[in-house]
Design a protein around this ligand. Structure first.
Ligand SMILES: [Zn+2]
Length: 97
């Protein structure tokens, strides 16, 4: 009976991986190589990019932003120095009331 249940379980696992893909449940510890931090799935080998500062996997949006910044398509600047000021400091705009 146990052998039959083990066979049934392996068949179900086989079809669930075909239809739903890998769940990346078994991963390595995060490590950094060439300034990229990621985990690797032990079942399928996928690299899962990881934030070393926030200790969590990166979202797809953050991965796109990181790759664009590396390719030079996106220039990342601190937000305080990048925001242009409409009115110079200390000068009030001329508004007719
Ligand atoms: Zn996986």
């Amino acid at each position: 009976m146990n052998f039959l249940m083990a066979c049934l379980q392996s068949v179900l696992n086989f079809f669930s991986k075909i239809f739903f893909g890998c769940t990346h449940s078994r991963v390595t510890r995060p490590f950094t190589i060439a300034e990229e931090t990621y985990e690797v799935c032990l079942d399928c080998g996928k690299q899962i990019f990881y934030s070393a500062q926030e200790m969590r996997p990166l979202t797809p949006w953050e991965i796109r932003r990181m790759k664009a910044a590396r390719a030079g398509e996106l220039k990342v600047v601190p937000i305080n120095s990048a925001v242009p000021r409409l009115v110079p400091g200390g000068q009030k705009p001329n508004i007719a009331a």
